[in-house]
Design a protein around this ligand. Structure first.
Ligand code: SF4
Length: 287
């Protein structure tokens, strides 16, 4: 059996940098606080908590003089304003590519356009993007796009981790609804790369394993893309979720992972898959 691991599987640079900043800040100040989990991964969250990076529900729960870390996928403007007013020590881990989306959406608004954001309702990144402008419309699915009223002028951006397929389908519908439509493709390049490698691998391999939390929209989307191309695709959160029966009569296994999956879990899953076969030919990295 051969195992092929997608080269860009797992942490994107935005998440990787934010996680290291959380560890570094906790070490420097004793502890650091975050409004929600930094990644959708239970093991990482537990380890960070032990290192002193704690999760709180609101700014008022942060002890005096302790730093607040704003996470990679961005923070709503009213939260920024409040933290600045309270003169809190803000550690900004916002991914530069998320900041780009904030800038793009503000520019589209300046052009006098209605703003449409393609993204998951209630997702922190989408909430952060929406807070940059007045009354944006959030669309998650083609069905929701169908229900949109006709309008003269609109500007569209997308959440960084959307699939190209979902965005394309929604844009096709918006073209029938909006006279003057401007779309800025803000799916980030690590997401595009990860999705493309996963699609290629799913077609090449007998079995496709996607590692990621079931609470991560990004990992769920990767699994959906894999299943559309290979019915022997499975999502797991860790090595213990693997079932050796999946690998019967299998020559090639592909492995990919969502942007919130740390390297050690990818390694553990790969080692466990290897243990299911006595005849591992080779382990390759797919670019
Ligand atoms: S998914 Fe893309 S935009 Fe989001 S943190 Fe990672 S690199 Fe940045």
């Amino acid at each position: 059996m051969k195992i092929i691991i997608a080269k860009d599987a797992g942490y994107c640079f935005g998440v990787r940098d934010a996680v290291s900043l959380a560890y570094d800040t906790a070490q420097e100040y004793g502890d650091v606080y975050m409004l929600g989990h930094i990644v959708h991964n239970e093991n990482v969250v537990r380890d960070l908590d032990q290192a002193g990076a704690k999760v709180v529900k609101k700014l008022d729960d942060v002890p005096d003089a302790k730093p607040i870390l704003f996470r990679a996928h961005g923070t709503a403007t009213h939260v920024w304003d409040k933290a600045q007013k309270k003169e809190m020590n803000i550690i900004d881990a916002t991914c530069p590519l998320v900041k780009d989306i904030h800038n793009e959406v503000r520019m589209l608004e300046k052009e006098g356009r209605n703003i449409i954001i393609i993204g998951d309702h209630g997702h922190d990144e989408v909430v952060g993007i929406a807070s940059q402008v007045e009354n944006p419309i959030i669309i998650a699915t083609p069905d929701e796009a169908q229900k949109l009223r006709k309008m003269k002028k609109a500007g569209v951006v997308s959440q960084s981790t959307q699939t190209i397929e979902n965005v394309q389908e929604i844009i096709n519908i918006l073209m029938t609804k909006v006279f003057d439509l401007r779309f800025v493709n803000t799916i980030c390049f690590p997401t595009k790369r990860n999705q493309q490698q996963l699609k290629d691998l799913s077609e090449k391999c007998d079995v496709m394993i996607v590692i990621g939390s079931f609470t991560s929209a990004n990992s769920m989307r990767l699994t959906q893309l894999a299943k559309e191309r290979n019915e022997r695709s499975y999502q797991v959160t860790c090595a213990d979720d693997l079932d050796r029966n999946w690998f019967k009569d299998t020559d090639v296994v592909g492995v990919s992972a969502g942007a919130s999956t740390p390297d050690n879990i990818i390694e553990e899953v790969t080692v466990r898959i290897k243990s299911f076969t006595k005849t591992l030919e080779e382990e390759l990295v797919y670019e």
